[in-house]
Design a protein around this ligand. Structure first.
Ligand code: GDP
Length: 306
């Protein structure tokens, strides 16, 4: 496995090309199937989905045979697409609602994840997308743990032209900031409030308390429309472990997979969806303001098979 990993690292060739290379061989031996399996595992597809894909491919090869590279490509495309599951609803709930007294209540999107995964950047990019679509947005800097986080968010806010609600002291209560942000959103008649949070994983009970409290104070004023978990695609198994913890404590409704520009291991998309049972909704493809895209299963699989 180590040898294979080194080879992959050196070749840098994408997952799909490697899979196709093996599948297009004349007679597939057990060694070839092992190589396919290893390739999928090394690309972070995860054990369960890898077994499924191999079983499906074996059946197809046994029943129909694979006549040529073109057919191998078509079969692989179909099977990879099935794993990514194009039927999942990947839309973002960002439509404001109307409260009982007729007031406009903004959609609140809580953004969670471990520090360094790209939460603040994602909030900034998402604000830009929403504003471009004609929505009015308020940002909430509830990551009060990291001193520079609020500054970083505010920089995004002014770049995009939306207000940022923050505390003027470090270590303030994140729930209080989230509450202020939502109240500001209501007062301003905003469509969407995006709340950035801190992601300290050292202590699961602490994380649960903090996110629980943030959620409680937000839902006093407005329903929580989305809880987006931000995961760094380059962190592999470690990212999956993080996903598990946040999945347990935060009621995640969608995943944002960042830094896909920095890895050929797209298989994490499949693994994380399976792990949490929620769809990847957005992907980060760089550090710039335009580097956020809705996740499109067909485009993703076609990209793998290029
Ligand atoms: P946070 O601690 O979770 O809020 O993470 P930040 O938003 O501060 O991001 C951490 C680093 O990752 C920063 O240097 C970002 O520019 C970078 N980053 C975020 N998203 C992406 C992405 O999609 N691609 C790349 N290449 N870098 C990213």
């Amino acid at each position: 496995l180590r040898r294979l990993r080194e080879r992959l690292a050196r070749s840098g060739s994408p997952l799909g090309t490697r899979l196709l290379g093996v599948l297009s061989r004349d007679h597939l031996t057990e060694d070839d199937w092992d190589e396919l399996e290893e390739t999928l595992l090394l690309a972070d597809v995860g054990a369960g989905p890898t077994d499924e894909l191999i079983a499906a491919l074996r059946t197809r090869v046994r029943v129909d045979g694979l006549r040529d590279g073109e057919q191998a490509r078509a079969v692989l495309r179909e099977q990879l697409l099935a794993l990514v599951d194009p039927s999942l609803d990947r839309s973002l709930a960002t439509t404001p609602t109307t409260g009982e007294d007729g007031t406009r209540v903004p959609a609140v999107v809580l953004v969670v994840g471990v520090n360094g995964t790209g939460k603040t950047t994602t909030v900034g990019k998402l604000a830009r997308v929403l504003v471009a679509d004609g929505s009015s947005v308020v940002l909430g800097a509830a990551d009060t743990f990291r001193a520079a986080a609020a500054d970083q968010l505010q920089t995004w806010g002014s770049r995009v032209g939306v207000p940022t609600v923050r505390s003027d002291r470090d270590g303030a209560d994140p729930a209080a900031v989230a509450f202020d942000a939502v109240r500001t959103g209501v007062a301003d008649g905003a469509d969407v409030v995006l709340v950035d949070t801190a992601g300290r994983l050292q202590n699961k009970a602490g994380l649960m308390d903090e996110l629980g409290k943030i959620t409680r104070v937000i839902t006093r004023t407005a329903p929580l429309s989305e809880v987006l978990l931000v995961l760094d695609a380059t962190t592999g198994q470690n990212g999956l472990n993080q996903a598990r913890v946040f999945g347990e404590v935060a009621g995640v409704t969608g995943i944002v997979l960042t830094k896909l520009d920095g890895t050929a291991k797209g298989g994490i998309v499949v693994a994380v969806q399976r792990e949490l049972g929620v769809p990847v909704k957005l992907i980060g493809l760089g550090e710039g303001p335009d580097d956020l895209a809705p996740f499109d299963p067909e485009a993703f699989v076609d990209g793998l098979l290029q």
